[in-house]
Design a protein around this ligand. Structure first.
Ligand code: COA
Length: 371
């Protein structure tokens, strides 16, 4: 392939919308033998970045043919680098190259072009997330483009059955509490208020033991917020193992025939469905794990009232013990998502070393806009 033929330009909604949707549908993502989720962007290819402060999508063309896409967003976050602990970070997502044109440098060219846009916008660090067994992606970013492995958060997925469970207590709180308790968290977004005020954010809830008062600082407490990702895009399961399909069908059939049989009810994952994303999980005190569980039950009840929401997804830092209290199915979850980072300014290279050399001990804030 002559590199002169490859054109990388900004996404033009009028011209590109339909063909990017089509391209995304056809593009194989992830290892062929694994269960994976297809994303349906509901006619808006940039729905996953639209809620970020600054964003861009690039498309790669060979002749007139669309052969690759990439998206990026920029925001200001806390990084563990006191005293100057704010950094502008650029998030890379949605990198796809047509399977017919892989290993010809198109993926690398798209990332490099996006990095140029980051640099023009004064970004300190670029980062991305991928499954740790996505060999192509890890090799491209780490080996070819000098990204460094940075965090390995856990993605927890819990199916929503349509049975109700009881919530013991909940209190709604918001921005001020996050700023007070979570602002030193790794990657805490400085525009947290925009996230909480976004129409996709369904609310923030806190729980504390019955009999104690919220205003008098409870002995234990926990909080979380919920983002309705299903409003932006839908998921659909692909490549599910047969056992999963059989279980889905047989559990429904049994429920229909014998309603008193209490099998865990698995939703139908083979049709597009929405999901809630739990973010900003924070807890303090000896009973706080139980309170996280209580809050998750509350979210589950809320989700069970929505027609569309079939799973609840959470992503927490690899060392965050809250995951022990967040209900999830192992078979649907991903124990180690891999985040890689790269300093885009020379003077940031030392602090990047600080950021990545020790195993992450601080909690990580996973921005719902980047799911
Ligand atoms: C990952 C992906 C974007 C790579 O695109 P690409 O255009 O093939 O990448 P490049 O040609 O620029 O590859 C650059 C380097 O990355 C590494 N690489 C890319 N694909 C690889 C593969 N399948 N196996 C091993 N290494 C790979 C190689 O080092 C390659 O250099 P080389 O070809 O000289 O050996 C493409 O495989 C893809 O679209 N995959 C599905 C979507 C996906 O997983 N996206 C990443 C999500 S973050």
């Amino acid at each position: 392939m002559g590199y002169g033929e490859l054109i990388i330009r900004s996404y033009d909604p009028q011209y590109d919308r339909t063909r990017v949707e089509d391209f995304e549908r056809k593009c194989e993502v992830g290892p062929a033998k694994r269960v994976f989720l297809f994303t349906d962007t509901l006619g808006d290819p940039i729905c996953r970045i639209r809620n970020s402060p600054i964003y861009k999508m690039l498309v790669a063309e060979l002749g007139n043919q669309l052969v690759g896409v990439i998206q990026g967003s920029i925001k200001l976050v806390t990084v563990h680098k006191p005293p100057n602990d704010l950094a502008k970070v650029g998030y890379i997502l949605g990198l796809r190259v047509s399977s017919l044109y892989r290993r010809r440098g198109i993926g690398s060219s798209l990332v490099i072009k996006l990095e140029e846009w980051f640099i023009a916008n004064d970004v300190d660090y670029a980062y991305m997330a991928t499954e740790k067994d996505n060999k192509a992606s890890v090799k491209l970013f780490v080996d070819r483009l000098s990204y460094v492995k940075f965090q390995t958060p856990t993605i927890l997925v819990n199916p929503v059955s349509h049975r109700m469970s009881r919530i013991s207590s909940n209190v709604e709180e918001a921005e001020a509490i996050y700023r007070k308790f979570m602002s030193s968290t790794e990657f805490f977004p400085i525009d947290i208020g925009n996230i909480l005020r976004n129409k996709l954010s369904l609310g923030t809830w806190a729980a504390y033991p019955r009999g104690e008062s919220w205003s008098g600082v409870p002995s234990s407490w926990a909080m979380l917020s919920v983002w309705n990702s299903g409003e932006l895009f839908k998921l659909r399961l692909g490549n599910a193992p047969l056992s999963c399909l059989m279980y889905t069908k047989s559990s429904r059939l049994i429920e229909k025939l014998v309603p008193c049989v209490k099998l865990p009810c698995i939703p139908d994952f083979f049709r597009p469905f929405g999901f809630y994303f739990i973010y900003g999980v924070y807890r303090e005190g000896p009973l706080s794990g139980k309170l996280v569980r209580t809050l998750c039950r509350f979210v589950h009840n809320m989700a069970s009232k929505s027609k569309d929401c079939k799973v609840i997804v959470t992503e927490v830092g690899g060392s965050d013990t809250s995951r022990l209290h967040i209900p999830h199915w192992k078979s649907l979850s991903c124990p180690e998502d891999l985040w890689c980072i790269k300093a885009l300014k020379n003077e940031k290279k030392n602090s990047l070393h600080e950021l990545t050399k020790t195993p992450p001990t601080r909690a990580l804030f996973v921005d719902p806009r980047e799911v």
